[in-house]
Structures are given as structure tokens and as C-alpha cells.
Design a binder for this molecule. Structure first.
Ligand SMILES: *Cc1c(COP(=O)(O)O)cnc(C)c1O
Length: 392
């Protein structure tokens, strides 16, 4: 048995909080009614969904009727982008996004290109920020949608969302943001930020996997992605996943109740982790911006070695991290995000993402620094590239 297990991959998914699970449980057993049924246990389910909807809307300063439940973050992204594209085709067929979006956005845009839509993929600078001037220059008469993620899942960079929202509003273009990583880490007011559509997913903020939501500003013209029954006010068919919706509502409520405390704790842990690594290991770089990043995100490149080898060695010590993102691991291509910030392939291959969460402690951080120092030294001792460096 391993003495302890240290989970530092909270950007991939988070463990569910006990209070969230407890809130969900009755809706699997006694309160099983279909929310569309008129008898009393149907009404119970209906009420539970509406309470969850209110909790989500309150967090964003939105109206409850602007929140729609989906099956995950990927569905929310697909719906926002395809739904806007198809409903507004007569107005134009041009979409603007960035090169560092999650694949749920990038692959959706690539799919739409095959359907005849035109997509501009904005560059990012070395820290992962889009350029607002390039955004303005990319806007055309036929631009119908700007989709820029709130915070990046790999390097944690938080985009200038208020500025993007202002530009979109001035030009009368819909603005969608994939805020999956931002929820529970950033306070978001959709009105102040001029956001028209926002995607979220419960499993990234200590809720269950397989449930998400899309905020759609009242008046936005959007087609449904899933056709069928009249659920979600005729916009998203399918019998509602009542227990999971209840779990999402509970999780988002908890996340924003404790957000200041959470951010303070994670920022402190992150700084300790980064300092520990820089104090003990050389030939290492931090990816992303030092300050404008998610509180729990640390992403490094270690020269002369492979991120995959570091991960396997960490796993043997009972430590879970990630190399790039969960979606890119298993493939030999380096992360599209690290390439977009200008890293050459050989450096991008040495990446390690450690993402801290509410359950991590200072002891965890110190243990990871200690083990990582040993692992990097051992792998480099076997690396011909590291040897060449010494010969120079
Ligand atoms: C995890 C993630 C998604 C996908 O969410 P799922 O619920 O896993 O489909 C989309 N965008 C970002 C930025 C993510 O981190």
C-alpha cells in the first residue's frame, strides 16, 4: 500500500465534496419523479432543478431563466458555438476564437469550417494572452461570434475578458466564453463583463462528472443542439438529470461561498510550489503569466527530459500530475497551447502541469518538490541531451 496519494491534477477533474454527494443522494432514491410529471414527486424534482438554477444564476448576476443544464462542458461549448452559428447564418458566417482554446471549442470550430463557416484563430503571446488589437482587426461585417476562454486549462492564463466583452458589445457581436476552469476561482458578473454565453462543468469545481450548464443571455438568437421534448424551456431536450443538477447547484454554491479563502490558500500553495521547484531544480521555466493565472495552476518545462517520464515516476511515488492536458496525453504531439506560446517542440515535450485544489496541503507541496527534485536529477542523469550540455 502506498503511504499517501497526492492529487495535483485538479484541472483535469476534482473529487466531489461530501456535502455535494449528500445533497444528491435523495434524488436517486425517494425523490425519483420525472420533473415533467404533474404528480407530487414530479413537482419535487422540478423544484429541486429550479433551486439549482437559481443558485447558478445568482453566482453570475444572471436571471434563472438564462441558465440551461447540459451533460458537460463539452456539450455547452458545442451548443454555444454551433447554436449561434446556425441561428445567425443569414447575418454572417465568420467566427473568431483563439489558438489555445480547449478542444471542445477548437474541434467544434473546425467542424463548422467544413460546413462553410470561416474561423479566425487568434494568436497568443508568450504568456498566453490574446492581442486585443488583433481581435479588433479580425472583426468583419459578417462576424457573428467571438469565443474566447476565460482561463486556460493548461497554463492557467486569465484573458482580459472585460475588454473582449466591451469590444464585442460595441460591434454587436455575440461573446461566448468557456469558463470551465474559471468557476470557483474567479468572480464573474456576466453583465459587467458583457458575456452573452458562458460554459461551465461541475466536475471542475468539486461537483459530479457528466453535468454542465450554459448561460444564455435573454434575447440571444441560438438554435438547440439536442431536439426532442420541451425540457429546459424548449431549448435542450432530454429528461433532466435531477440528482446531478442538484449536485451542480450545491457545488457552485459552496465554491462561491468560500472563494476568497480558496483563492488565498491556493495562491499561497502555488507560490510555495513554484519557489520550491526553482530553488531546487535548474533548467526549468514557468509557463503562463506569473500573476494573471488561476490560483492553483503551475505549469513547468524541464529541459532535457520528457514530461511523460516525469509523470510515470511521480505516479510511482503516489503523485498525480499531468503533462499538457488530459486530452493530449497519450498522443505524441506536444500541447497546442505550449506551441502557441512559442515553445519549440523539444522544450514543450518536457512539460509538467501541477494543479492544486482545496484538498492539498503545504506538506503535499513540500513532498512533491522533494520527489520531483530526485526524479528530475535521475532522469537527467540518463539523458544524452543533458550530457551534451555538460560537454559544451
Ligand atoms: C474540462 C474542460 C472542458 C470540458 O468539460 P467536460 O465537462 O469534461 O466536457 C472544456 N473546457 C475547458 C477549459 C475544460 O477545462
Amino acid at each position: 500500500m502506498m503511504s499517501k496519494y497526492i492529487y495535483m491534477d485538479n484541472a483535469a477533474t476534482t473529487p466531489i465534496k461530501r456535502e455535494v454527494l449528500e445533497a444528491m443522494m435523495p434524488y436517486f432514491t425517494d425523490k425519483y419523479g420525472n420533473p415533467s410529471s404533474i404528480y407530487s414527486i414530479g413537482g419535487q424534482s422540478r423544484n429541486a432543478i429550479e433551486r439549482a438554477r437559481e443558485k447558478v444564476s445568482k453566482v453570475f448576476n444572471a436571471k434563472p431563466q438564462e441558465i440551461f443544464f447540459t451533460s458537460c462542458g463539452s456539450e455547452s461549448d458545442n451548443w454555444a458555438i454551433k447554436g449561434i452559428a446556425y441561428a445567425n447564418r443569414k447575418r454572417g458566417n465568420h467566427i473568431i476564437t483563439s489558438k489555445i482554446e480547449h478542444h471542445a471549442v477548437l474541434h467544434t470550430c473546425q467542424y463548422l469550417e467544413k460546413q462553410g463557416f470561416r474561423v479566425t484563430y487568434l494568436d497568443v503571446d508568450e504568456y498566453g494572452f490574446i492581442n486585443l488589437d488583433q481581435l479588433k482587426e479580425s472583426i468583419r461585417d459578417d462576424t457573428i461570434l467571438i469565443s474566447i476562454m476565460f482561463a486556460n486549462n493548461e497554463i492557467g492564463t486569465i484573458q482580459p475578458i472585460a475588454e473582449i466583452g466591451k469590444i464585442a458589445k460595441e460591434k454587436g457581436i455575440y461573446f461566448h466564453t468557456d469558463a470551465v476552469q474559471a468557476i470557483g476561482n474567479v468572480k464573474i458578473d456576466v453583465n459587467e463583463l458583457n458575456i452573452d454565453l458562458l460554459s461551465l462543468s461541475a466536475h471542475k469545481f468539486y461537483g459530479p462528472k457528466g453535468i454542465g450548464a450554459l448561460y444564455i443571455r435573454q434575447g440571444v438568437k441560438i438554435d438547440p443542439l439536442i431536439s426532442g421534448g420541451a425540457q429546459e424551456r424548449n431549448r435542450r431536450a432530454g429528461t433532466e438529470n435531477v440528482p446531478y443538477i442538484v449536485g451542480l447547484g450545491k457545488a457552485i454554491e459552496l465554491a462561491y461561498e468560500n472563494i476568497d479563502e480558496h483563492n488565498e490558500k491556493l495562491t499561497k500553495l502555488r507560490k510555495r510550489l513554484i519557489k520550491g521547484i526553482f530553488d531546487n531544480i535548474d533548467y526549468v521555466r514557468l509557463n503562463g503569466d506569473e500573476e494573471k493565472r488561476l490560483p492553483g495552476n503551475a505549469n513547468f518545462c524541464f529541459r532535457f527530459i520528457e514530461g511523460e517520464s516525469i509523470l510515470l515516476s511521480l505516479d510511482m511515488e503516489g503523485i498525480a500530475g499531468s503533462s499538457g492536458s488530459a486530452c493530449t496525453s497519450g498522443s505524441l504531439d506536444p500541447s497546442h497551447v505550449l506551441l502557441a506560446i512559442g515553445l519549440p517542440h523539444e522544450i514543450a515535450h518536457g512539460s509538467l502541469r501541477l494543479t492544486l485544489g482545496d484538498f492539498n496541503t503545504e506538506e503535499d507541496v513540500d513532498y512533491v518538490v522533494e520527489k520531483l527534485t530526485e526524479i528530475v536529477a535521475r532522469l537527467r542523469a540518463m539523458s544524452p541531451l543533458y550530457d551534451e550540455r555538460k560537454g559544451r
